[in-house]
Design a protein around this ligand. Structure first.
Ligand code: NAD
Length: 297
């Protein structure tokens, strides 16, 4: 049993923290929202339950600190502020940030942690809220081999596939490269089904042919944006998310930011970002990202 502090008990963090509680760990939660903290205590965890509680108090005895926060600026503040994790956790505690954030911030925060004597990994996830609740997330981990080895047993509680992607920040790199490809392949699949339909080819016939031919991809076979061929895909539920267009856009923007910083050419990633921006501006940000097929006209 380890003493674990979990910071950021939102849609993802709360079910992840609950799985740590269920596995017998001593979990203390911290969030800006009192309701989120109450939900953790109801699941058997401890929590800093009043609004006067601080991160310093939450991490005072931590052996491991997890975070699951919206963006880089929150991660940076939570770890590096004077009242944050690095200044207040016991020396040597293992720090694990599972938020999806920009690569540069992930590397800067890890460097600050390591300079202060804390091993740290970036460990973003895929698998969504369902995977968080079921403990079947995929973790993409960046950091030193020793820190990865120390993190793996706790990640195993919350996830099914745990990958060491290399040094600090590489977890974020893996995540944005994968999701950029997903965004592009979803748009490509949507275009093919839309074109087929306009030319008189029904979705099921195209699916039967293409899913066993060279156009085959996950966006088609597991998450088909056209209604019909894959019964579990959001297309059959009026594009209720799932993985929202807003979340896809967040990851595509992170990929564009990283492309600019690395001087990498990502013209399809750029176009996908533009198309998901249009979907969001049309008021459909909270629909599933496969709903991009309806934006194609
Ligand atoms: P969320 O908005 O539901 O939760 C974030 C939580 O962080 C909130 O409860 C908020 O109150 C808390 N928070 C914000 N700033 C804080 C601070 N300074 N101190 C303490 N708590 C603070 O978001 P989510 O859906 O749980 O996503 C969290 C991260 O996981 C994001 O980076 C997101 O991109 C990533 N992610 C989400 C999904 C998904 O399906 N929701 C899938 C994969 C990855």
């Amino acid at each position: 049993m380890s003493k674990i502090t979990f910071i950021g008990l939102g849609n993802m963090g709360l079910p992840m923290a609950k799985n740590l509680v269920a596995a017998g760990h001593d979990v203390t939660g911290f969030d800006l929202s009192d309701a989120a903290k109450t939900a953790l205590t109801e699941a058997g965890g401890n929590a800093a339950t009043t609004t006067t509680n601080t991160i310093a108090e939450a991490v005072a005895e931590a052996e491991i600190v997890f975070s699951m926060l919206p963006a880089g600026k929150h991660v940076s503040a939570v770890y590096t502020a004077a009242d944050g994790v690095i200044a207040n956790a016991p020396s040597g505690a293992l720090l694990i940030d599972s938020s999806t954030i920009d690569v540069d911030t992930a590397r800067a925060v890890s460097a600050a942690a390591e300079a202060a004597g804390f091993p740290m990994v970036d460990a973003p996830v895929s698998g969504g809220v369902g995977g968080a609740a079921a403990g079947t997330l995929t973790f993409m981990v960046g950091g030193a081999a020793q820190a990865f080895a120390a993190a793996k047993p706790v990640l195993d509680i919350m996830g099914q596939n745990i990958f060491h992607a290399g040094g600090s920040g590489n977890g974020q790199v893996a995540k944005i490269c994968n999701n950029m490809l997903l965004g592009i392949s979803m748009i490509g699949t949507a275009e093919a089904f839309k074109l087929g339909e306009k030319l008189g080819l029904d979705a099921q016939t195209l699916f039967d042919i293409s899913s066993t031919a060279s156009g085959q991809c996950w966006s088609m076979t597991s998450y088909c944006p056209a209604p019909g061929p894959v019964p579990t895909s959001p297309a059959n539920n009026d594009y209720a998310a799932g993985f929202t267009a807003a979340m896809m856009l967040k990851d595509l923007l992170l990929a564009q930011e990283a492309s600019a910083s690395a001087d990498a050419a990502t013209p399809m990633g750029q176009r996908a970002t533009e198309l998901y921006t249009q979907m969001a501006e049309a008021g459909h940000a909270e629909l599933d990202f496969s709903g991009i097929i309806r934006e194609l006209g």
